[in-house]
Design a protein around this ligand. Structure first.
Ligand SMILES: *Cc1c(COP(=O)(O)O)cnc(C)c1O
Length: 395
């Protein structure tokens, strides 16, 4: 009985303390402590990985641990969802096997016939999901959400969701989160924000009024290019959230206990990794801006960025992603990408290693991405080495 009672205590002393003084807790501290529970049985400081798919019932048929079957919940997933909740300042989080699975859960949670307005340059994998899997189920428009007149014009009586992504992929466009939300509120429309590029270290959409935050945890949260994951974070446990939880638990597109453990482990260093990414990206962007072969640099931390002021007002750091275009066109972009030595030619982003890709090739024939554009995930190598590599490739 004593043992059972102990198991039901879900909160560590740290978390109880966190609830009380969260307003003065900094993100570095949350990242390290909120996703970990010291093991009561062994005293292990780091929470063990629980691989068991099933959990024992008590004699009365109940589940004293609160766990019954790993698709519904697992101790490692619980702790991952706790740290995600606290990082974004939400009320709850649901984790998924990939970012796309998180997006899918959102679309599946909407009533058939709901109209979605999404940013034109929404992550192409999610745009394809809506366009291919929800035809005849959901209605949708892809528009320039920042054009407020256009946004107001496209709102219909059945519009239920505005989906924004800021900074966007791969053009690093900034959507004004607050003004989008204020328009949405007037029409009782929810706003979801894909916060993958910024991470909660650089931007916290819930604090600006967003109704849902989405992440590809494959990127900065994982941070080491060795796992896939996704997350949704909500400011309230309302009816919509219950539906999303149902999709998660009944659909089962959930991360394994091992991946939950790895993610919680990686998140501990997220705030410090982000500082490094932001520092390196800013300096690389400034270097590229001055280079005679470079046509344009897209990075929200440059005063030349068309939405620099908006970025400054809603971000506490400008992230680690940038794109640039070359004056001599597609062939030159492809020449440069092949000459880089430290930057690896690969898709994805957010890892400690720098990656570069010719984005239009990745997005396929219907891409609107300029053919002379290279997208860079600026890693945590020394910035002097990154600039030296870029210099030799451009020359
Ligand atoms: C990668 C990515 C996704 C999709 O996440 P997966 O983990 O690849 O399924 C969604 N949004 C953005 C901005 C991304 O970069």
């Amino acid at each position: 009985m004593g043992k059972t009672a102990k198991k039901t205590v879900a909160l560590t002393p740290f978390l109880i303390c966190l609830y009380k003084i969260q307003s003065i807790m900094h993100i570095e501290t949350i990242a390290i402590h909120a996703g970990n529970q010291t093991d009561e049985k062994t005293g292990a400081v780091i929470q063990p990985i629980v691989l068991s798919t099933t959990f024992e019932r008590a004699e009365d048929g109940s589940f004293p641990s609160g766990y019954s079957y790993s698709r519904s919940a697992n101790p490692n997933r619980t702790m991952l969802e706790k740290v995600l909740t606290h990082l974004e300042g939400g009320a709850d989080a649901a984790s998924f096997a990939t970012g796309n699975a998180a997006g899918m859960a959102v679309f599946q949670s909407l009533k058939p016939g709901t109209h979605i307005i999404a940013t034109e340059d929404m992550y192409h994998g999610l745009r394809n999901q809506i366009k291919n899997l929800f035809v005849g189920i959901l209605e949708f428009d892809f528009i320039e959400v920042n054009d407020q007149a256009e946004l107001k014009r496209r709102i219909r009586p059945n519009t239920g969701l505005i989906w924004i992504e800021t900074p966007s992929n791969p053009l690093l466009k900034i959507t004004d989160i607050k003004s989008t939300i204020s328009i949405a509120r007037q029409h009782n429309i929810k706003v979801a924000c894909d916060n993958t590029f910024a991470t909660p270290v650089c931007q916290q959409p819930l604090s600006l009024g967003a109704d849902l935050v989405m992440h590809s945890a494959t990127k900065y949260f994982g941070g080491h290019s060795d796992l896939t994951g996704g997350a949704l974070i909500t400011p309230v446990k309302d009816e919509w959230w219950q539906k999303i939880r149902q999709v998660q638990e009944m659909g089962g597109a959930v991360p394994s206990p091992m991946d939950c453990y790895l993610l919680a482990r990686s998140i501990k260093t997220l705030p410090y990794r982000m500082r490094g990414h932001v520092h390196n990206a800013q300096l690389l962007a400034e270097f590229l801006l001055k280079h005679p072969k470079v046509e344009a640099v897209m990075y929200p931390g440059l005063p030349a960025h068309p939405q620099y002021e908006v970025a400054k007002s809603q971000m506490s750091g400008f992230g680690g992603m940038l794109s640039f275009t070359l004056k001599d066109g597609e062939q030159e972009a492809k020449r440069v990408i092949n000459k880089l030595k430290i930057f690896t030619r690969a898709t994805s982003l957010g890892g400690v290693e720098s990656l570069v890709e010719h984005r239009a090739s990745v997005e396929g024939p219907d891409t609107k991405t300029p053919l002379n554009l290279l997208r860079v995930s600026v890693g945590l190598e020394h910035i002097d080495d990154l600039i030296a590599d870029m210099t030799q490739a451009l020359d």
